[in-house]
Design a protein around this ligand. Sequence first.
Ligand SMILES: Nc1ncnc2c1ncn2[C@@H]1O[C@H](COP(=O)(O)OP(=O)(O)OP(=O)(O)O)[C@@H](O)[C@H]1O
Length: 370
Amino acid sequence: MPEIILKNVTKTFDHTNAVDHLNLVIKDRDFITLLGPSGCGKTTTLRMIAGLETPTSGEIIIDGQTVFSSEKGIDVPPQKRNVGFLFQNYALWPHMTVLQNITFGLENLNWEKEKIRERSSKLMRMLQIEEYKDRYPAELSGGQQQRVAIARTLATGPRILLMDEPLSNLDAKLRMEMRSELKRLHMETDSTFVYVTHDQLEAMTLATRISLMKKGKLQQFDAPLTVYNCPSNAFTADFIGNPSINLIPVKVESRQEQEVLLHMGSASIHFHALDSMEAEKGESLLLGIRPENIEISDEGTIEAKVYSALPSGMETVVKLDVLGLILTAVVFGDREFHINDKVKIRFRSRKNHLFRHDEEGRRIASGELD
Ligand SMILES: Nc1ncnc2c1ncn2[C@@H]1O[C@H](COP(=O)(O)OP(=O)(O)OP(=O)(O)O)[C@@H](O)[C@H]1O
């Protein structure tokens, strides 16, 4: 069971915590993405799991074995952790063919010839690179090289594969293709994948669970749709989703049990919380409305003006001037909008969120608007 457990793992560089008391349990066969803005500690976390970076404190357990413990003085070297790495600059050996690149590691481990042949054939079939086996890396496209690099990493059969932005050198179309290859590969190999990315779409589409970090601290560790629908705070709500959620400063005008009247822009709006919540009269909060929850419709009751419209075929992102605020809506299909068009909007009765308007920005309620 290649479960990875991080207990209170901290890494300090120059008096700042790149990773700050991180606790994670990555389950067997999970596909975890480590996500967050530049400098939040994703790569450092991955490198500490790999054994390439020594934590300042904490404990790391892989497959039941303690591979690092500051207290017990344990630090197992990378080659003894039975993990495979795939980094952004995955340099293949240029003077070796595809086949030689894949089999080199196995020959070094003194595998039998027949076993090497079996393993390399299986991997090349799985990654659809059999026809290139005698070519040199320079004779392959970026995506083909990437697949060879994956095959080479998987050859020795690591049950844990650590990847740091492995698709970032590829163009958008290839990246999309490789994402589905990686998902299939994850299923076929029964391995545990840990994948670093700063791209929220990549994290959403690949992961079984997303670990979202900010300034070295874990913000949320949940399934992608849970992070999307139930963000733990305003930061996670804002980081996940494209276009981003609308985060609107509001003030509580009055409150009756689970219903609050919010002052928003130049108007008031009702919010019905699905559960009990803590909000006090006069309190400043942030109201989070996903762009798909703003409907432009003649049946709407709130007047708005089109500030800009960005059609992309399948959908149009429409920026609206509403009650003196600029809000983003998404309209599916091929409706046309023009700048300064007068429209009406209403909020869909789906989940909207209220967050504290402070540094932590904790979600205090989810509910409906009218
Ligand atoms: N060897 C080092 N020496 C000093 N500071 C470092 C070192 N490695 C990382 N850091 C700092 O630690 C923090 C976390 O870096 P890390 O590379 O883990 O971030 P990241 O989330 O992977 O960022 P990116 O998406 O930009 O790669 C950053 O502030 C970085 O400057």
